[in-house]
Design a protein around this ligand. Structure first.
Ligand code: ME8
Length: 563
């Protein structure tokens, strides 16, 4: 009876969401729906999906000030655009947390107190990027001269005399940094370095894909794990949660934000209690993040949790980035694809399939408009809906299904004999036996690998196999050409084409339900598949449906082309 918790990062509402945010949300939504499908028959299983907005910090404060807007009104408005994206794309979270929510403010204060033994005060000087909300060491900084030339900063730079008009940037993100000198609270990360190394080594799936586990281990083993500044003077940052018992200091936005993963599960004592549901959810949490925030989730967050004596999440799944002409799509650069535009022109299933089929969590990808059209027209209309409509519109597949279902369900030798008999009698082309064999092979592969691949977020591998299935069933249909069969003697062959088209469509719909919740729901209706069967992965074999096929309603369009 698993309790599973899946999270996206909580996004900064300093601008409207773009395709990158949609991607993380879609990765999670599919994972949630896949788990619901997988555990459909386990009435005690619970799957929780949380997302939200990260509303404090300098970045937000400055964005609101620039527009001369009240900061709360500013975040209220932008937070809604993230919610709106979810509702327009049928992304169904259980909680949308905002870090300005009351229960969260209290949770951050309590968490801080629980980490107290590892927190100290010190003078802080360093290069801070407001856009990245993080400090960078000197060797990641360059000065941009008035002629645009970039030079490294010299070792003997006098920090106390850096004038305001000089421009410095961080070399990783190219975002501007400023030099700050101030008194802050610090978290002694190094206290947990060895514990974290052992945890990652003993749990090779803690950080996925494994290349990121290697990156993090290398960092922990080879780079100094400096104290992390976790507060800012309130006079510089007032749009933040105050540090408990010290109103002159404000909690650093990342300390505040990471804590959302606790707030959504309940109070800290409850999460700590081994017998509680909150504890089980916490232990079985999958954080899905972009690689830009690896360090925060794979180093800082587990260390904070160790300090507070709380369970660590099960795993952090790290995905790559969507690029635009080779540059990371980002709100600050404005080089973004707006998912809402695509949702308006196409539909949410098409957008999800288009980006998940054309990407992998391991590699950065460039978005192309053609992905949408190819998915909607090429896959969903021409391959999937066509398979259903061509086998149900002119014909009633009911008898065909009744006749062929038991033969496929029984055993292989019967089927082989029948195919042989059909072949001898009708001299059918080799397409049928070859394609049928391939269908059986793909179904065998899916039966063995679907759960493993979906769990590892390798959705593209699954969608590729599923498209193959549709191609093969369409090929058989085309080859047998039931519309041209008039002869009574050929009736078996005609019925076989109808049965295969319907049954492959049925199986395709079960497997693709997590990615295509809307269109599969409609197709299950057309194919007369009862709810219980549409959620049963054990029925993903030819002949295992109990459906009798529905006469396709005249004029019924599941999905039409977009040109
Ligand atoms: O970092 N490609 O928020 P954020 C793929 N508030 N995914 C992308 C992307 C791209 N080009 N751009 C953004 C923050 N993302 C913090 C998080 S969590 C406790 C606090 C996605 O609005 C990806 O998931 O900058 C990335 O990690 C996240 O949005 C960053 O969102």
């Amino acid at each position: 009876m698993p309790k599973i918790h899946i999270t996206t990062p909580i996004f900064y509402p300093n601008a409207k969401p773009h395709l990158g945010h949609f991607y993380t949300l879609a990765l999670c939504d599919v994972q949630v729906r896949f788990n619901k499908l997988r555990y459909f028959n386990d009435s005690k299983s619970k799957i929780k999906f949380t997302t939200g907005t990260d509303e404090h910090g300098l970045k937000i404060q400055n964005a609101a000030t620039k527009l001369q807007l009240d900061t709360q009104a500013f975040v209220n408005q932008l937070s809604l655009t993230f919610k709106d994206l979810c509702s327009k794309s049928n992304i169904q979270y259980d909680r949308f947390i905002r870090t300005t929510d009351k229960d969260h403010l209290a949770e951050v204060g309590n968490f801080w107190k629980d980490c107290k033994k590892d927190i100290c005060t010190d003078e802080h000087k360093g290069w801070y990027s407001i856009s990245d909300e993080t400090f960078y060491p000197d060797n990641y900084i360059k000065e941009v001269l008035p002629d645009g030339k970039q030079i490294s900063i010299s070792n003997d730079i006098d920090y106390s005399t850096i004038s305001e008009d000089r421009v410095f940037i961080n070399t990783e993100t190219n975002n501007q940094v400023k030099f700050f000198l101030e008194q802050n609270y610090f978290f002694k990360l190094d206290n947990y370095r060895h514990n974290l190394i052992s945890h990652i080594e003993q749990n090779p799936d803690f950080i996925q894909p494994s290349k990121y586990s290697t990156t993090v281990l290398n960092l922990l083993k080879n780079e100094p794990l400096n104290k992390l500044s976790i507060s800012r003077p309130s006079k510089r940052l007032n749009w933040a949660i105050p540090v408990p018992e010290d109103p002159n200091q404000s909690v650093y936005v990342w300390f505040d934000a990471l804590c959302n993963y606790l707030t959504v599960l309940g109070s800290i004592p409850e999460i700590r209690n081994h017998a509680s549901e909150a504890h089980q959810f916490m232990q079985n949490t999958t954080h899905v993040i972009g690689k830009d925030i690896l360090k925060f989730h794979c180093i800082y967050w587990p260390i904070f949790l160790m300090s507070a004596n709380l369970p660590l999440p099960k795993r952090v799944v790290v995905h790559s980035h969507w690029l635009n002409d080779g540059v990371k799509m980002s709100k600050s650069l404005g080089n973004v694809v707006n998912p809402i535009e695509h949702l308006t022109k196409y539909d949410s299933d098409s957008l999800k399939w288009a980006i998940l089929h054309n990407s992998s969590v391991e590699q950065d990808g460039n978005f192309r408009d053609t992905y949408l059209k190819d998915t909607r027209n090429g896959v969903l209309v021409n391959k999937l809906c066509n398979l259903v409509s061509r086998s149900s519109k002119k014909f009633n597949p009911k008898i065909a299904i009744c006749n062929w279902q038991p033969i496929f369900k029984q055993n292989d030798s019967d089927l082989k004999n029948i195919l042989k008999e059909l072949n001898d009698k009708n001299n059918i082309s080799p397409v049928l036996p070859n394609s049928l064999l391939e269908i059986e092979q793909i179904l065998g592969w899916l039966e063995k690998n679907y759960i493993k691949q979906m769990e590892a977020f390798n959705y593209q591998v699954v969608t590729t196999k599923l498209i193959n299935l549709l191609d093969l069933a369409n090929e058989i249909f085309q080859d047998i050409a039931p519309w041209s069969i008039k002869d009574e003697g050929d009736i078996k062959k005609k019925e076989l084409a109808l049965f295969l088209a319907n049954d492959v469509a049925r199986i395709f719909c079960i497997y693709s339900k997590p990615i295509l919740p809307n269109i599969t729901e409609k197709l299950f209706e057309v194919l007369l598949i009862p709810k219980k069967e549409s959620n049963d992965l054990t029925l993903c074999k030819l002949g295992y449906g109990s459906s009798y096929g529905k006469q396709y309603k005249e004029g019924l369009k599941i999905l039409s082309r977009v040109d």
